[in-house]
Design a protein around this ligand. Structure first.
Ligand code: ATP
Length: 235
C-alpha cells in the first residue's frame, strides 16, 4: 500500500535520506530501526508531507503523495501520531481527540471512532474531561495515538511511541498497538528505540544507517541475527 522509492531528503547540503526504498503492505506492521540521526524521523515526516523530498517517490495505494499537504495525506488514510508536545495541553482529552476527526472519513463517524479509542485505552474514557497537560507522559501518549486513530487511518505512522515512558505504561501502549495491528484494518510503520519490542510486534523491519537502508527482513529473523543484535538490541 505504501511504496517509497529512491527517496532523497536533504537539509541544506546534508543528505538525511539517500536512495531509500521500502514497502508497507496491507495489514503489515513494519519497523524502522536505526541509531540517533539515522534519518528515521525524516522518513516518517516525508511520508506525512512535513518534509519535502529532494528526489524519489512516495506512493500510497497507487497515488503520489509528494506535493500533497499534510492534511490531504491524512484524508488519504495516512495518520501520524503527533509528538506529545503537539497536543493541546489546556484542552481536554475529548477535545484533543475531536481534533483528529477533521478528515472527511472521520467526520460522520467521530463518535464511533471515539468509542473505539476508549475501548483501546479505557483510562482515557475515565479521564475524557481532564486537561491533557495534567496527565502523565504515558497517558498523553495514549491521547496522541487516539487522536491519530480518530481519522480512522489505514496506515498509522508512529515515531518512537514508547520514548521516555515508564515500562508498565509502555507495555500498556504496546498492547493497544498490537490490538490495532491484529484487527487488520490499519497497517503500521513505526520507528522505535526499543528495537526488541519493535521486532516482537513487527512483521518486517528495515535497518537504516546514516540515511541509507542497510538491511531488511522478517522481524523474527532479524531478532535472531547476531549482527543485528549487536547493533540494535544492545547485546
Ligand atoms: P533521532 O532518533 O535522533 O531523532 P533520526 O533517525 O530520527 O534520529 P532524523 O531526525 O531524521 O534522524 O535526522 C537525520 C539527520 O538529519 C541528522 O543528521 C539530523 O541532524 C539531520 N536533521 C534533522 N532535522 C534537521 C533539520 N530540521 N535541519 C537540519 N538538519 C536536520
Amino acid at each position: 500500500m505504501l511504496e517509497v522509492d529512491a527517496l532523497e531528503c536533504a537539509y541544506g547540503r546534508h543528505l538525511a535520506l539517500d536512495d531509500v526504498s521500502l514497502r508497507v503492505r496491507e495489514r503489515e506492521v513494519v519497523a524502522i530501526l536505526g541509531a540517533n540521526g539515522a534519518g528515521k524521523t525524516t522518513l516518517l515526516n516525508a511520508v506525512a508531507g512535513l518534509v519535502r523530498p529532494a528526489a524519489g517517490s512516495i506512493r500510497y495505494r497507487g497515488e503520489d503523495l509528494i506535493g500533497l499537504r499534510p492534511h490531504q495525506i491524512v484524508e488519504r488514510g495516512v495518520a501520524t501520531v503527533a509528538e506529545i508536545r503537539r497536543l493541546f495541553g489546556p484542552m481536554s482529552v475529548m477535545e484533543n481527540l475531536s481534533l483528529g476527526a477533521f478528515a472527511s472519513a472521520g467526520r460522520g463517524a467521530a463518535s464511533v471512532a471515539a468509542e473505539r479509542v476508549f475501548e483501546l485505552f479505557p483510562r482515557l474514557k475515565e479521564r475524557r474531561r481532564q486537561a491533557v497537560r495534567t496527565m502523565s507522559g504515558g497517558e498523553q501518549q495514549m491521547v496522541a495515538v487516539g487522536r491519530a486513530l480518530m481519522s480512522r487511518p489505514s496506515l498509522l505512522l508512529l515515531d518512537e511511541p514508547s520514548l521516555g515512558l515508564a515500562p508498565l505504561i509502555a507495555a500498556e501502549l504496546f498492547a493497544a498497538l498490537e490490538k490495532i495491528a491484529r484487527e487488520g484494518e490499519t497497517s503500521i510503520l513505526m520507528v522505535e528505540q526499543n528495537a526488541r519490542r519493535a521486532l516482537k510486534m513487527a512483521d518486517r523491519a528495515y535497518l537504516l544507517a546514516l540515511g541509507r537502508i542497510v538491511g531488511e527482513g522478517a522481524a523474527k529473523a532479524l531478532a535472531q541475527d547476531r549482527a543485528v543484535a549487536e547493533s540494535y538490541l544492545g547485546l
